[in-house]
Design a protein around this ligand. Structure first.
Ligand code: CP3
Length: 361
């Protein structure tokens, strides 16, 4: 399939992910295709969020929006989709409610609810629209920048499936891990299987690198992270390259982003991923020391720096780039979490320009 794609003109991201020395740091931003862009609202219109994800033409158009707006500044595209398509593939109903976020009308509340899930998931059948969107996006990109695929990590997905949406207290998900640890692990294992196949098929469709989002790692105590998150993150890193070889594909660089798991940085550095994403609670210099060249780090500007005005953005860039080895090795520039809806796209442009100025051409 990949022979039908044009050659990559900008492989900075892939080289940095492999730990090579680069002329300047590659950069992209989590949630770069989204609500802060006026052109996103124009294309999305009144369409349902998941209907847009399921429409390869719309999803690819939105994926390309930041690449086009920030041409020459942005070094990656990330496919427009959502982590919650896996619970859908497992048979759950997920709605995206405007200005509120995801909602599961029928969450898993007790282990007997596991019977509501599909026992076998035909990933190609259930999530084929994602693969079509990826292939179409690769064509439309014409090699300008690499395309990232992604997946939600098992603990984060399990939490959504049990809580039924976003949560502040995690009462239900925590009830599961503490009261029903074995059933929790059974669910995590089932989600992991789907994650591996979903990522593999994304690569077959044209994704050139992948990221695993463990957005709710920070809700777990370190020992619970070791039991309910890390083993499944590691399993994905171990199984994906094997599955890709089975499918006749070369392995691609893999990023793990375990938000809030600052306590686990050392363990994440040896978890099988080439890139470890950092949220903004890490000190860049300390993290760079811990990584010690074993992995490339990604991050970690506070997304809210983009509300601080041009001067604050410049100062943050001037402070951060030197802390990550001057951006020449072992660093992918990104925010420490997704960009938020009220950012002025021109302020993000200033951020990118400053990283170019400080990080070198
Ligand atoms: C936890 C999570 C979700 N989705 C995702 C995560 C992991 C990253 C993180 O920790 O933020 C991942 C995600 N969601 C979206 C992408 C697309 C690619 C990108 O530009 O990064 C990616 C990578 C689009 C989206 N996913 C969503 C939107 C907004 C939809 C809209 O209202 O138009 C977009 C552009 C909706 C969504 N999806 C989710 C929530 C909580 C929400 C609502 C609140 C919010 O937007 O922050 C679940």
């Amino acid at each position: 399939m990949s022979e039908s794609f044009e050659p990559l003109q900008n492989d900075l991201l892939l080289r940095a992910a492999r730990g090579e020395t680069v002329e300047r740091p590659p950069m992209w931003v989590m949630r770069q295709a989204g609500r802060y862009l006026p052109e996103y609202h124009i294309v999305k219109g009144t369409n349902d969020f998941f209907a847009v994800c399921r429409d390869p033409e719309l999803a690819s158009t939105i994926t390309l929006q930041p690449v086009e707006r920030y041409a020459g500044l942005l070094d990656a595209a990330i496919i427009f989709c959502d982590i919650l398509v896996i619970p859908q593939a497992l048979g759950m109903t997920v709605e995206m409610i405007d200005k509120k976020g995801p909602h599961f009308p029928d969450p898993l509340r007790v282990p007997a609810d596991l019977d509501k899930l599909r026992t076998t998931v035909d990933v190609k059948e259930q999530l084929g629209y994602v693969f079509d969107a990826i292939t179409l996006t690769r064509k439309k990109l014409r090699g300008r920048v690499p395309l990232l695929g992604f997946v939600g990590a098992p603990w984060t997905l399990m939490s959504y499936m049990i809580e039924g949406g976003g949560s502040k207290m995690f009462i239900h998900a925590k009830t599961w891990i503490f009261k029903y640890p074995e059933e929790s692990k059974h669910l995590l294992a089932r989600i992991t299987d789907v994650c591996v196949e979903f990522l593999a098929q994304q690569v077959v469709a044209g994704a050139q690198m992948i990221q695993v989002f463990e957005s709710w790692a920070g809700e777990l105590a370190p020992r619970d992270f070791d039991e309910f998150s890390l083993p499944y993150l590691k399993e994905i890193a171990e199984r994906l390259p094997k599955r890709l070889r089975e499918l006749g594909q070369e392995p691609v660089p893999m990023t793990v982003f375990a938000k809030g798991a600052w306590y686990a940085l050392e363990k994440l550095c040896v978890s099988g991923y080439q890139v470890v994403g950092l949220d903004w609670t890490h000190d860049p210099e300390e993290a760079y020391k811990v990584a010690a060249g074993r992995v490339t780090l990604q991050g970690n500007f506070d997304p809210n720096i983009l509300y601080g005005g041009r001067k604050a953005i410049t100062e943050a860039v001037e402070r951060t780039v030197p802390a990550f080895g001057n951006g020449k090795k072992g660093w992918i520039c990104n925010l420490g979490h997704g960009i938020t809806p009220f950012v002025d796209p021109e302020d993000l442009k200033h951020f990118f320009e400053e990283v170019h100025r400080v990080g070198g051409k």
